[in-house]
Design a protein around this ligand. Structure first.
Ligand SMILES: Nc1nc2c(ncn2[C@@H]2O[C@H](COP(=O)(O)OP(=O)(O)OP(=O)(O)O)[C@@H](O)[C@H]2O)c(=O)[nH]1
Ligand SMILES: [Zn+2]
Length: 327
C-alpha cells in the first residue's frame, strides 16, 4: 500500500477526494488495480481482459494507488512476460477505505478504493467474537460511505443470538455460515458489488474466500505435510466472482485493525440520520458522549425522537474509535 500524502478528510457524504487533471494519453487503456506489491501494481484491463504488471508513471507524483482504483495504463499492453507498463492516471474514487497512522506505521493508508461493502467476518466461537474490532470496522465503513455487513462464521459451533442482539440497534445486515453450509445467501449479497473482506486470524475468512472464488488459493489454517508450511500472503488482492455472478471480493490478509484517529464524532454522526437533527443544539465542539458535558442528544431522545438503543449504539461506536485495535 502507498502513503496518501494528501490528507483529505475521510470521504463523508459531501467531500470527495479529487484527482488532478492529467494530459490525455491517446493510447491509454483503462483497467482496475487488483494487487499492490512492493511498487508493482497488478491491473486487469477492461478490454481485452488481460492482467498486466505495471508501475506508476513519474507524472503521478506521490498520488496513492490502491487496490480497487480505476486507472489508465500506457506502454506494453500485451501482457507478455517481463513487460512492464505504467499507470498514468488514477480516476476519482467513489469511496476510500483508510486507516490512520499509528505507532507502528506513520502514514495514513488507503486500504481499498471504490468498495461498495465491507464484509466483517467474525467467528461465533473459536475464536470468540471481539466486539471492539467489529465496532471499529463498522465505524471505518460507515464513515467511508461503505455498507458494513456482519458475516458470522462457525454457526455450527455457537448461536448468533448474542451478537445479533448487540448489532440490532445499528441496523447492520447480518449473515451466518457454518462448516460446509450453503453460501447462496452470501453470494446474493456479493453479486454485482465490490466487497472488502476483513477478519482476524482463524475466523474462517480464507475458507470463505476459497469457497466463493474457486482457485483463489487463499491459504487456510490447516498446515499439513513436512516442509509445506503456510503461504501467508499479507497483501491486498481483488478477486473476481465467478460467473454468473459479477463483482469483486477484496481480501485483506494484512489488515488486522483500523486506526480511526482521523474519524471525528461528526463523521460518525453522519451515519445516524435519526440523531443528526438532535445534535444541532449541542455545543460546537461536542463529542456527543454525555449530557454532563453538554451533549443534547439525551434530551432529544427523551422528547420522543429515535430510540435510547440507537443513542447507546452511536456512543459505543464513538468510544470504539479510541480502543486499541489489536491484538
Ligand atoms: N466449525 C467450523 N470451522 C470452520 C468454519 N469456517 C472455517 N473453519 C475452520 O476454522 C479454521 C480457520 O479457518 P481459516 O479460513 O484459515 O481462517 P482465516 O480467517 O483465513 O485465518 P487466517 O488464515 O489466519 O487469516 C480452519 O480450520 C477452518 O477449517 C465454520 O463455519 N465452522
Ligand atoms: Zn452532543
Amino acid at each position: 500500500m502507498d502513503e496518501d500524502d494528501v490528507r483529505n478528510r475521510p470521504s463523508g457524504r459531501s467531500s470527495r477526494p479529487r484527482t488532478k487533471q492529467r494530459p490525455a494519453h491517446v493510447d491509454a487503456a483503462a483497467g482496475m488495480v487488483v494487487s499492490v506489491d512492493r511498487g508493482r501494481y497488478g491491473v486487469l484491463l477492461n478490454d481485452p481482459p488481460l492482467q498486466l504488471i505495471t508501475m506508476r508513471a513519474r507524472e503521478l507524483g506521490r498520488t496513492a494507488i490502491a487496490v480497487g482504483d480505476r486507472v489508465e495504463v500506457v506502454g506494453d499492453l500485451t501482457g507478455a512476460p517481463d513487460t512492464l507498463s505504467r499507470i498514468v492516471r488514477v480516476s476519482e474514487r467513489e469511496t476510500v477505505l483508510r486507516r490512520t497512522a499509528d505507532d507502528n506505521d506513520p502514514y495514513e493508508r488507503v486500504i481499498v478504493a471504490n468498495a461498495d461493502q465491507l464484509l466483517i467476518v467474525t467467528a461465533l466461537a473459536d475464536p470468540p467474537p471481539r466486539y471492539g474490532l467489529i465496532d471499529r470496522a463498522v465505524v471505518a465503513a460507515l464513515t467511508a460511505n461503505i455498507e458494513p455487513i456482519l458475516l458470522l462464521t462457525k454457526n455450527d459451533l455457537a448461536s448468533p443470538e448474542e451478537v445479533l442482539k448487540n448489532y440490532s440497534a445499528l441496523d447492520v445486515p447480518t449473515l451466518t455460515t457454518s462448516k460446509g453450509g450453503d453460501l447462496g445467501e452470501v453470494r446474493a449479497v456479493l453479486d454485482g458489488k465490490i466487497t472488502v473482506f476483513v477478519g482476524h486470524s482463524g475466523v474462517g475468512k480464507s475458507t470463505l474466500v476459497n469457497a466463493l472464488v474457486p482457485g483463489a488459493g487463499r491459504s487456510t489454517g490447516v498446515v499439513s505435510g513436512i516442509g509445506k508450511g503456510r503461504h501467508t500472503s499479507t497483501s491486498v488482492v481483488a478477486l473476481q466472482l465467478p460467473a454468473p455472478l459479477t463483482g469483486w471480493v477484496i481480501d485483506t490478509p494484512g489488515v488486522r485493525s483500523f486506526g480511526l484517529a482521523h474519524v471525528t464524532a461528526q463523521d460518525v454522526l453522519w451515519a445516524f440520520p435519526d440523531l443528526e437533527d438532535g445534535a444541532v443544539q449541542c455545543p460546537g465542539s461536542c463529542e456527543h458522549l454525555t449530557a454532563a458535558d453538554g451533549c443534547k442528544l439525551d434530551d432529544w431522545i427523551a422528547s420522543g425522537h429515535s430510540t435510547p438503543a440507537r443513542l447507546e449504539a452511536f456512543r459505543r461506536l464513538l468510544v470504539s474509535r479510541s480502543d486499541l485495535g489489536e491484538p
